[in-house]
Design a protein around this ligand. Sequence first.
Ligand code: GLY
Length: 361
Amino acid sequence: MKSELSNEPMRVGVKASRAYEVLIGRGLIDQAGQRIRAVSNAKKAVIVSDDVVFPLYGALLESSLGKSGIESAAYVFYHGEDGKSLQNYASLLEFMSDMRLNRDDLLLSLGGGVAGDLGGFAASTFLRGIGFVQVPTSLLADVDSSVGGKTAVNLPSGKNRAGSFYQPMLVLCDTAALETLPEREYANGCAEIVKYGMIGDEALFDKIASRPVKENYAKVIRACVEMKKRFVEQDERDRGVRALLNFGHTVGHAVEKLSEYRVPHGRAVAIGMACVTRAAVRKGLCEESTAERLEALLTSYGLPCETACDSASLAEACLSDKKAVNGGVNLIMPERIGACRALYVPSNEMIDWISAGRKNG
Ligand code: GLY
């Protein structure tokens, strides 16, 4: 990859508790040093990445930082969800201490959602907060987890149970990095993109139905980030409208948990979206055609629409979701493609909703 500052990336500005830009384009890892210099005086940076992503892009990022006078060291962890364990979080903090980072220095997350969540939480807590830059390399991280400031690690009792809202100073979505994305990871990212179409953008839904996401990465990522920006600017702390981004996630998280995290996030969300939409049809909240179009699109991206988990276990796992309120859950329900709303489902009705959402229910 060669430097192409002349080939300007797309830009989306986010005005949350911190204002920052999301840049989307090819070659941004190679340009990271100059781009970061424009927003930070850091002298040092820790790069947080896993053992799959770092060998692909770590040297390019380190060299770019070095050219802009930013000394860096990499904290590389074994890939997978265990990267978000309390032990890994603690050893990252010790690594940062050993580097003698100060508050003007930076943490860069290079990779997917695990690197972003772990790195963001470490950046928000080390010295009560140091500079943070997201350099997502997966489609899912580009369109969702790198934007909006949610950071977290896992507790033995559940996923993302310790976390913070901590906005990055800059997000660099290098679309060239998506060229090395395995097919399964591509499909996972597409599930979140389908979600954006369902909750707020029928044109995006139609666009990705008629032309594969991979033929149009930058514009599709921009459409998703622009929508996410609107939710985050209205409701940064996730007390209201931001909950719509949770469409498919309550059932999805239940599927992930029951599979002991063997079903990846995007596939689980696909199952969750299909299940809730079938339930909405059966309860008279939306047309049959909404469920048919959703399932056709998910299937075209190789995503599942059903799980082998039994309905009682699914309902129970939904009710233990960290977002459960007063014993029930706010399920995000589609009204049509491009419009969803929250509906409170009390605990005693959950099994009925899940059963209504089964393919053969
Ligand atoms: N991933 C959902 C949110 O950021 O609110």
